[in-house]
Design a protein around this ligand. Structure first.
Ligand SMILES: [Zn+2]
Length: 255
């Protein structure tokens, strides 16, 4: 789908998880997403790229687990929100557009709350496959079955209806998996994560986002899939097929 108008949106007020009120639903929602995504990454420390890192909370969680983290985002205001933490955890931070960014291929990649903003999300996925070693793991996360029209506002310049956060499309499991599978990856699994009911219960009961909350979220997303807030995909970068395997340059096997 093409954006209905090309006028840049007024940037939404930055949600800075570092300074946010920890008692709110929003904060628990964020914590639950970060922690569910963290569990989808390989356990063994390695080099990871946080593509569209925003205010860098995920980058810091990964660095604290012993990962070597590179973080890139096009928004300098977001990046400034974690400059101290980035220095403390040796995170390499780059201010760049994803499509112009170049990096050594990493062992793993995380990309959350990014694809729904990009007009050509397939091109973005293809570009991100360049940032990974063959066989490397990617974790992608987008809003699940978002009702885009419910969040429309009028563009002040042309009057067109545009999503208030700049989301350009809604994703379901099949469409999300197809895009990832078409762009140099193989989907390993797709999970619905962060059930809105769970977030509500955690906030109203003032419960923390701990291991029990994560397990509860997984369970409730199975029971009430319509209330899931996000889709998360675990994928692997495809290993290129070698037309001439070593030892058989002319196609014959050695006897
Ligand atoms: Zn407009």
């Amino acid at each position: 789908m093409k954006p209905v108008c090309d006028h840049p949106l007024e940037p939404a007020p930055l949600y800075d998880v570092w300074t946010a009120d920890t008692r709110t639903r929003r904060y628990r929602n964020e914590m639950l997403r970060y922690r569910r995504l963290l569990r989808m990454l390989p356990r063994r420390p390695a080099a990871v790229l946080d593509a569209g890192c925003g205010t860098g909370f995920m980058s810091v969680l990964m660095a604290r687990r012993g990962w070597s983290v590179t973080a890139v985002d096009a928004n300098p205001v977001s990046l400034a929100a974690f400059s101290d933490a980035a220095a403390a955890w040796n995170i390499r931070v780059h201010h760049a557009d994803l499509f112009r960014f170049r990096a050594e291929p990493a062992d793993a990649l995380v990309c959350q709350e990014v694809l729904e903003h990009i007009p050509d999300d397939r091109a973005a996925l293809k570009k991100m496959s360049d940032f990974l070693k063959p066989g490397g793991r990617a974790v992608f996360c987008v809003p699940y079955r978002e009702n885009l029209n419910a969040k429309n506002v009028r563009c002040p310049k042309c009057g067109a209806a545009v999503h208030r956060s700049g989301h350009l499309r809604a994703y379901d499991e099949a469409g999300f998996a197809a895009r990832i599978n078409e762009t140099g990856f193989r989907v390993v699994r797709i999970e619905r994560i962060v059930n809105k009911r769970v977030v509500k219960w955690l906030a109203s009961a003032r419960l923390p986002v701990n291991g029990a909350a994560l397990a509860f979220d997984r369970l409730v997303n199975g029971l009430f899939p319509g209330r899931a807030a996000y889709l998360a995909a675990v994928a692997e970068k495809r290993v290129p097929q070698n037309p001439h395997p070593a030892g058989a340059p002319d196609g014959r096997r050695e006897r």
